[in-house]
Design a protein around this ligand. Structure first.
Ligand code: NAD
Length: 332
């Protein structure tokens, strides 16, 4: 994504943790294309070398292979950086249900290490990946930042604790923070494989090989699926903003529309059929509902629009078209 119109000074150095992951590697790429110096801290737990291969030899790029569970690694990574975009975490609700200890170590202790590293290095701002899972069992729709419910999974707890810690670091130490509650992000480089793969890349890969995708439940659960370029835009706006009212708070990062899983599969079949007409006839399987999944998720993006000037460029259709052509070209 071309971020030049977002007025981020290219002389700034940005640390992207989790920079070899789906969202992080896309952030690194955009920042490098803007001329910024980028440091990526990643332990490759779920990140991939191929995600950074396209820019690994860029003179403005440095990879630190390390773990955010190690405080010294975080301190070293933060030294001499202007901004932190903290993406490193173990994602996935089911993963956190299977192994809450590791999710907590990485997502909470690792997060705290990064805050301490950023504070001690006097970074200008710490922007971090929060999550829509923080809305938990709240039935309020659309989700507004101020009204949250009870968390429904260990993962959701870790992401909520991040917000609490960030708030304390803003108030106690004066560290500028912004939390971005991502809503089901999708797009190029998102991992389609493994037990914890997200629904869109998983279904795309299955449909490309004429395998039936399995919907958990009856397909009525809905999500505010958000294309990666909208997420990049929000991260850059969060570090570039000079609006003092916009900091030390959290924002929904979404498109602001919801799509249920049945509709999602239909859209995927429609756009994939443009590459292979047999895909429209692939049957869908319905399986049991998963524990910890919230039924519906729809964001209000008013706060992001008002305070950060957010203007999402891609809706689900245009985002899916982009994502599908990337998967077809790179992974078919
Ligand atoms: P991802 O798994 O592709 O990326 C996470 C990256 O963090 C990986 O490169 C991984 O190797 C790295 N990492 C994990 N543990 C680490 C550790 N101990 N030390 C250093 N690096 C470590 O996931 P993603 O989808 O790109 O998610 C990025 C962030 O956004 C995460 O914080 C996630 O919780 C959050 N988020 C994502 C979504 C989504 O829809 N993808 C939604 C809400 C929140």
């Amino acid at each position: 994504m071309n971020i030049s119109s977002l007025k981020l000074d290219s002389s700034n150095t940005v640390l992207v943790t989790g920079g070899a992951g789906f969202i992080g590697s896309n952030l690194c790429e955009s920042l490098l294309s803007n001329g910024n110096t980028v440091i990526c801290l990643d332990n490759f737990a779920t990140g991939k070398r191929e995600n950074i291969a396209g820019f690994a030899s860029n003179n403005n790029f440095t990879l630190i292979e390390g773990d955010i569970r190690d405080l010294n690694t975080c301190k070293k990574a933060c030294s001499n950086v202007d901004y932190v975009l903290h993406q490193a975490a173990l994602g996935s609700v089911p993963r956190s249900i299977n192994d809450p200890i590791t999710s907590n170590d990485v997502n909470v202790s690792g997060f705290l290490n990064m805050l301490v590293g950023a504070r001690d290095a006097n970074v200008k701002r710490f922007v971090y990946a929060a999550s829509s899972s923080t809305y938990g069992d709240s039935t309020n729709m659309p989700k507004v930042e101020e009204i949250i419910g009870k968390p429904l999974s260990p993962y959701a707890i870790t992401k909520y604790v991040n917000e609490l810690y960030a708030d304390i670091f803003s108030n106690t130490y004066g560290l500028e923070t912004i939390g971005l509650r991502y809503f089901n992000v999708f797009g190029r480089k998102q991992d389609p494989n493994g037990a914890y793969a997200a629904v869109i890349p998983k279904f795309v890969m299955q449909l490309m090989s004429h395998e039936s995708p399995t919907i958990n439940g009856d397909g009525s659960f809905s999500r505010d699926f958000t294309y990666i370029d909208n997420v990049i835009q929000m991260n850059i706006r969060a570090i570039a903003s000079n609006n003092k009212d916009a900091i030390n708070t959290v924002y929904n990062v979404a498109y602001g529309e919801r799509t249920d899983l049945k509709q999602l599969v239909e859209l995927l079949k429609k756009y994939l059929s443009e590459f292979d007409s047999k895909i429209k006839n692939v049957e869908t399987i319905y399986g049991p509902q998963r524990t910890g999944d919230v039924p519906h998720s729809l964001a209000s993006i008013s706060k992001a629009k008002k305070l950060l000037g957010y203007n999402p460029e891609y809706n689900i259709e245009s985002g899916l078209k982009e994502a599908i052509s990337w998967y077809w070209k790179n992974l078919k």
